[in-house]
Write a protein that binds this ligand. Sequence first.
Ligand SMILES: Nc1ncnc2c1ncn2[C@@H]1O[C@H](COP(=O)(O)OP(=O)(O)OP(=O)(O)O)[C@@H](O)[C@H]1O
Ligand SMILES: O=C(O)[C@H](O)CO
Length: 563
Amino acid sequence: MTSKIITAETAKGVVIIYSTSCDRETWFLPFLSCPLGAPCKDSLMACVVSLYRPLSLLAPVGVRRAIVCRMSLDMRAREVFATAIEAVQPDIVMQRGLERTGDTLLVNGRSFTLKNNLHLVGFGKAVLGMAAEAERIVGDHLVRGVISVPHGIQETIRQHGKDQMLLKDGSRITVMEGAKHNLPDADAQRAAECIKELVSTLTENDMLLVLISGGGSALLPAPVPPISLQDKQDVTRRLAGAGATIQELNSVRRALSILKGGGLAHCAHPAQVVALVLSDVIGDPLDLIASGPTVWTEVWPEEIWSILERYGLSSSLPVSVKEVLGRSAPRWEESGEQSDRAAHVLNAVIGSNSIALECAGRRARELGFRPVVLSPGVCGNVQSVSRLYGLLARFACSRDEPPPELPAEILKLGPETGVESWDLCRAMQVLGEGRVEGWGATCLLAGGEPTVQLTGKGRGGRNQELALRVGLELAGMELPPKGPLFLSGGTDGQDGPTEAAGAVTDAGLGKEARAQGLDPDGFLVNNDSFTFFSRLSGGQRLLLPGLTEPHTNPTLPCPTTSP
Ligand SMILES: Nc1ncnc2c1ncn2[C@@H]1O[C@H](COP(=O)(O)OP(=O)(O)OP(=O)(O)O)[C@@H](O)[C@H]1O
Ligand SMILES: O=C(O)[C@H](O)CO
């Protein structure tokens, strides 16, 4: 059974924990080997972690430090990651996004009067929880709603006891499940039809709330006739498998869909549309998140053809796709002036991974680390990204001044991993200061989305593959025995089509695997990182969604800055 969707989906948060040196790590975790033995240690530490926050308010500094010192790096890394996830929970982002006073609703500084005229549609992995919260906030004005959410989500949420993410009995919102394995299917297509039907009946007196989160593209398939669902699926699956970026993939999806690229807003005209978006794309581009159904976007056939050519698909496209791309007429009849249409639509990003990283940084500080955010947008192929993290680890852990070629090598990776030189220099400066000044440990945080080019047939996800590769990078370096530790996880709790959110790794990974008869390189070649981590040490290094939830009270301080 898959346990996806614990949380909202933002661009993938990658959390990395580095200890700065062997000596300091020994100082920092003086009580690591617990006299109670390993199995007890974990449950004991879980209790300690859950008590840490209340205790930290009352206890003297010495006691606080002792508590933190008892937590392993692994536990603290998981805790930091859990906090990042918590920051983008569907209910929390909705509370941030929808401010209500009486019958006035404030979104992104714009106010709307509620007069029992509210309709709601939504699509995405996090939308069920968002809809439940929306109903709590504005349910008394809600006429009707339809949401398209992942297959099995309600049952999974029930099993996880997260009832606040379910709609209440008698809700006016219809929940439709589909898109098994995150692929558009007939169920999702039916949901898309119902959504289209609902929004097409609206008048200028109505208001439409559109809830959008990652995974929305697969949950709103509405292929332009005569393209069949099968044909559309074929194109997107081959593009994704060939390593197309989400920008490229969703540009193509927009060109083949009735509802994407502004089509949904077009159908809802002249109603007032308010779209609340939980971003899962680096830089929060509204036209690309879930393929931008509420953002009018021009389709340029030349651009689509060049993407298809880049990935060698242009000559093997289904006939229906060729026909649609060959059309010169606009996708829909113009209705009203551009400015008039724009005035009827408000798109607001209410959650992003910058917020997740900010919250993670605060938690890291509470847990005794000095947090450094490298960048919210690390991208590029997974090989380059893992190399970058490996080199940064080496830089952080050098006993003496690192060799001059090391910073140069790190900076060289900037352009292909989407990290500005300035950010790399800043991160290296902080890591260098840590080494010189001798404070405890550094937690380097980054968000982003590495690309995995699938060549094998195994099971995995970008975070697990990244963790496996970084583990192998670290194994080839001269590093202190107790550090660094690396964690990579998806903030939606599901890494690719697997049950895990990601994995935790360190320099001992390769040795541990070989001692258990596992060949990491063989698993990598087959893109089989999930199987690898599941078999390794009973799956202990996996980040499983149930374990990624915070142990502590969820009312963690969150930034007030708007996304
Ligand atoms: N076996 C695999 N090994 C590594 N990565 C994989 C594997 N299978 C799929 N992926 C990654 O997962 C992505 C598809 O995952 P999913 O269908 O959940 O969409 P997503 O939400 O965009 O992905 P993710 O959860 O990784 O962000 C692919 O683009 C690919 O990068
Ligand atoms: O649904 C999608 O298109 C992706 O998750 C990006 O938003």
